[in-house]
Ligand binder design. Structure first.
Ligand SMILES: Cc1ncc(COP(=O)(O)O)c(C=O)c1O
Length: 460
């Protein structure tokens, strides 16, 4: 498909068509493109990304979405139902995370749910005379925290991780000083799906009188079922007294539509610091709870509908399948001495090549393994430091036969990697590109040049 998707199939719009195209023709194009793009996901070969994959569930959510897709919930008086949905989503999520009270906001996704608390903690610091705030987090924390810190002028101090790939508390401690406004940890982390020592981070936050954000964007809505299911998931939520905020994405394991996430705060006083209010503007008293202005009621209604249609039993059943499948995946990887699982993952399993010492032989290149898996349409996510890939288990991966197919293809992939030792693999570590390498000429032109190129139209 390259950089100019569908260039050969559909006319390219370089400016508005003079006469509008017939709806039926547009729908036919949309149906063709989306059906082709969803086909692999249905086979359960995708890591992460497609969390539910249940077509009937999506159809139901889309119907709900349709009733409010045009609704702008900033007009609170017009859409009281959105206020109700939002309040219930926050209350239901707060209960799952053992929050002392329902207190939070709905955002557009994980990134916004990580950026908002940083604004809050910067403001919290300002009230205490901290003018050069810093945030301490492990190297595995999501880039959105760096992005938020960059936007809000907060210094990021990066702690190392242990050989189990979770925050090294000695390193975290050594970075905290009188200008630290917050710590952050993941439950679980994007790279390895692991849970940082939230209890110890909480103790440190309490000891220093600072804030602690738990990034449960990826793991929040799946790990919260782990205790009940006996999956060996440690407590990572508000039961730790130092945890002051938690993010959990309804658009991931909450099984809502894309574009929604929940951000919870321990207290309304913290939440209030993220509100933006401009009382004396010509356009009227402007108030907004977060970064967005207009927000679609459709997304909020769909997130609410996803939660109430599944209920506790629905979520528990899917979570049990996911934990079981992840455990089976670990067994499959464990059958290959050439491979090692990183840490003790429960749902998102990262694996790397065994070292020469452990293997007693030349190690293989994990990206050769990924190349061979990609040739069979498996879409893993490529990682670095160390080079690895992860398979983040979602509902479609739990379907019958998927893990058996993966076992067979992994076996072949390891053989392929063994034969190619010393040669250059095609794939590498690129977030959001299925471990595909950024084309070499684009790297030479700079990564931002590659981003520019992804928005280019084919030559006229
Ligand atoms: C741990 C973690 N935090 C934050 C995010 C960012 O979420 P979003 O892509 O919805 O902005 C992700 C995305 O995968 C994630 O895995």
């Amino acid at each position: 498909m390259g950089l100019f998707p569908y260039a050969d199939r559909y006319p390219v719009n370089r400016e508005l068509p003079t006469t509008g195209r017939p709806r039926a023709e547009i729908l036919a194009q949309i149906e063709e493109m989306s059906a082709a793009e969803d086909a692999v996901a249905h086979e359960g070969k995708i890591s992460g990304s497609i969390y539910s994959g249940d077509e009937a569930h999506y159809a139901f959510l889309n119907e709900v979405f349709g009733h409010y897709s045009h609704a702008n919930v900033i007009q609170r008086d017009m859409y009281p139902s959105a206020t109700r949905f939002e309040g219930e989503i926050i209350a239901m999520t707060a209960a799952l995370m053992h929050a002392p009270q329902p207190c939070g906001v709905l955002t557009s996704g994980g990134t916004e749910s990580l950026m908002n608390p940083l604004l809050v903690y910067r403001e919290w610091g300002r009230e205490r005379g901290i003018t050069q705030p810093n945030l301490v987090l492990p190297s595995t924390a999501h880039p959105a925290l760096h992005k938020g810190a960059h936007y809000f002028g907060i210094e990021v101090r990066v702690a190392t991780v242990t050989d189990q790939f979770v925050a090294d508390m000695d390193s975290v401690r050594s970075l905290v000083d009188e200008n630290t406004v917050a710590l952050a940890g993941s439950a679980g982390s994007y790279p390895h799906g692991l849970i940082d020592p939230i209890g110890e981070l909480s103790d440190l936050a309490v000891e220093r009188g600072i804030n602690l954000h738990v990034d449960g964007c990826l793991g929040g809505f799946i790990l919260c079922w782990g205790e009940e299911l006996g999956a060996g998931v440690p407590v990572f939520d508000f039961r730790h007294p130092g945890v002051t905020s938690i993010s959990a994405d309804t658009h991931k394991y909450g099984f809502g539509l894309k574009g929604s996430s929940v951000l919870l705060y321990r207290t309304p006083e913290l939440r209030r610091k993220q509100y933006f209010i401009m009382p004396d503007w010509e356009g009227g008293n402007y108030t907004s709870p977060g970064m967005s202005g207009s927000r679609s009621g459709g997304i909020i209604a769909a997130a609410w509908a996803a939660m109430v249609t599944l209920g506790r039993e629905g979520y528990l059943a899917i979570a049990a399948d996911i934990f079981r499948t992840a455990a089976r995946l670990r067994e499959i990887i464990g059958e290959h001495p050439e491979l090692r699982v990183l840490g003790d993952p429960k749902f998102n399993v990262a694996f790397a090549a065994s070292t020469a010492e452990a293997l007693g032989d030349d190690p293989i290149d994990i990206f050769h393994v990924n190349d061979a898996l990609a040739a069979k349409q498996w879409r893993m996510n490529g990682l670095q430091h160390p080079p690895a890939v992860h398979f983040c288990i979602t509902r479609p991966n739990t379907l019958p036969g998927v893990m058996d197919r993966f076992a067979a293809d992994l076996h072949e992939a390891v053989g392929y990697a063994r034969e190619r030792r010393g040669t250059q693999p095609r794939s590498g570590a690129t977030y959001g590109a299925g471990g595909a390498s950024i084309p070499r000429e684009k790297v030479a032109a700079g990564i931002s040049g590659w981003l520019d190129a992804t928005q280019a139209l084919p030559p006229a």
